[in-house]
Design a protein around this ligand. Structure first.
Ligand code: PMP
Length: 444
């Protein structure tokens, strides 16, 4: 890895890279990556949830290369077939009221545009986002990103209010067994019967109280922006009913509920195509990126015609959004998800994965959570406190040395984040669980 060490100073210091002993990846195929020494890795992080249908999927590759021979770019000032064909296919995945799409190039850009639309439509400025949420890095959405290590010193965001994190494991009201999960949770922190969650109602009471205090003299918030399950924050899955009730509290006051589906969308949760559906909630706007393009820079905002058209008060333009290459890739990704039944695979293999992790007899595993192939394993020390970040990092480095790539996150850096390409098998899960168990045992 001498070459990586030589080249690293060309990138800024703050640029996030994983591993002490860094990887130079040269090839990807399905759920596998290969480094410059030819070593093969099982990729259980998929470029942070991005490689949805597998690295270098032949159908996606074919769509891209075929389009590249015909037409790369015009900007939206001329019409092209691919953007319309893709828009039609993508909108077919939404409830009928969400019938208009803006194409952009990343998740940050999608959330930035969503907030602009909500503010423009409502004529209001205030926004709510949840503590521990991640929504991207433009100067506006940085204000909605509420993780301490993503807070720069320069002014950002403006008028973004923070709601209490509805975290059933670490939060004050519990609710661990009231998450949608195939497993019973050990160390559960609420007294209610599985499926009936008082914690959710308590979190909603807090949310209502925040609305009362922060908006009693204003007309109300323009928007509430929330991930359907927190990703960077450590796979935090809210208790049953939380999303629906919090959306409704905002909508009742004339605000826009925005579902950030950048990590949770496209069937990854198994039971549903979108995370908000898994909580029976109905947003006014949905933002997406990452898995939408299997690695190609692409993002989108889907909303109602009425909200989208309110932007006619000022012009909207995006040079690359919905370009022909991105559009054919996005459409091919949706076709592969359908043809290879990848949502169903996430449900079956994800349930199996969660059960295998929950069955590990390991005291350092405080919580196993998630849904489908969006999984978190929270590590703790003997006092039940977050395992020291250095120990988590050693575990994480060790899994890599044994050929398994996973992510880490959470405000304490003690959550293993597992979000593989959606095509993995139960054999891959067995391989991974064995390595995770051994690495935890050795380095906890
Ligand atoms: N929203 C969520 C939930 C994310 O996880 C991310 C990226 N980690 C973003 C938005 C921002 O996406 P991007 O990095 O493409 O700007």
């Amino acid at each position: 890895m001498q070459r990586v060490q030589q080249l690293r100073p060309l990138l800024p210091k703050g640029h996030v890279t994983y591993y002490k002993d860094q990887l130079l990846i040269v090839k990807g195929e399905k759920q596998f990556l290969f480094d410059s020494n030819g070593k093969k890795y099982l990729d259980f992080f998929g470029g942070i949830v991005t490689v949805s249908v597998g690295h270098c999927h032949p159908k996606v590759n074919a769509a891209l290369t075929e389009q590249a021979q015909k037409l790369w770019h015009t900007t939206s000032i001329y019409h092209t077939e691919p953007i319309y064909e893709y828009a039609q296919k993508l909108l077919g995945k939404f409830p009928s009221k969400l019938n208009t799409v803006f194409f952009v190039n990343s998740g940050s850009e999608a959330n930035d545009l969503a907030l602009a639309l909500a503010r423009n439509y409502t004529g209001r400025f205030d926004v709510i986002s949840m503590r521990n949420g991640y929504h991207g890095m433009t100067q506006t959405v940085l204000g909605a990103t509420n993780l301490g290590n993503w807070k720069p010193v320069f002014p950002h965001g403006f008028n973004i209010f923070k709601s209490l994190n509805a975290d059933p494991y670490r939060g004050i009201f519990g609710g661990s067994n009231c998450r949608d999960s195939p497993i019973q949770v050990k160390n559960r922190k609420c007294g209610c019967a599985p499926g009936v969650c008082e914690a959710s109602d308590k979190y909603i009471e807090q949310f209502e109280e925040m609305l009362l205090h922060d908006f009693s003299h204003s007309s109300g918030p323009a928007a509430f922006l929330i991930e359907s399950i927190q990703g960077v924050g450590g796979t935090v899955q809210y208790p049953h009913g939380y999303l629906k009730k919090s959306y409704e509290a905002v909508q009742k006051r004339g605000g826009i509920a925005i579902a950030d589906e950048v990590q949770t969308g496209f069937g990854r949760l198994g039971s549903h195509f979108w995370g908000f559906e898994s909580q029976g909630a109905m947003p006014d706007m949905v933002t997406m990126a990452k898995g939408i393009g299997n690695g190609f820079p692409l993002g989108a905002v889907v909303t109602t015609k009425e909200i989208a058209d309110s932007f006619n008060k000022s012009l909207y333009f995006n040079t690359y959004g919905g370009n022909p290459l991105a559009s054919v890739v996005g459409k091919a990704v949706l076709e592969v998800i359908e043809e290879e039944k990848l949502q169903e695979n996430c449900a079956v293999v994800g349930d199996y994965f969660l059960k295998q992790l929950a069955a590990l007899d390991e005291k350092a595993i405080g919580d196993v959570r998630g849904k489908g192939l969006m999984i978190g394993v929270e590590l703790i020390d003997e006092q039940g406190k977050p395992l020291a970040a250095a120990k988590t990092a050693a575990i994480f480095e060790d899994t890599k040395n044994h050929g398994l790539l996973i992510g880490k996150g959470g405000i304490h850096g003690n959550v293993l984040r597992i979000k593989p390409p959606m095509c993995i098998t139960k054999q891959d899960v067995d391989f991974a669980v064995d390595i995770i168990a051994k690495s935890i045992k050795q380095f906890k």
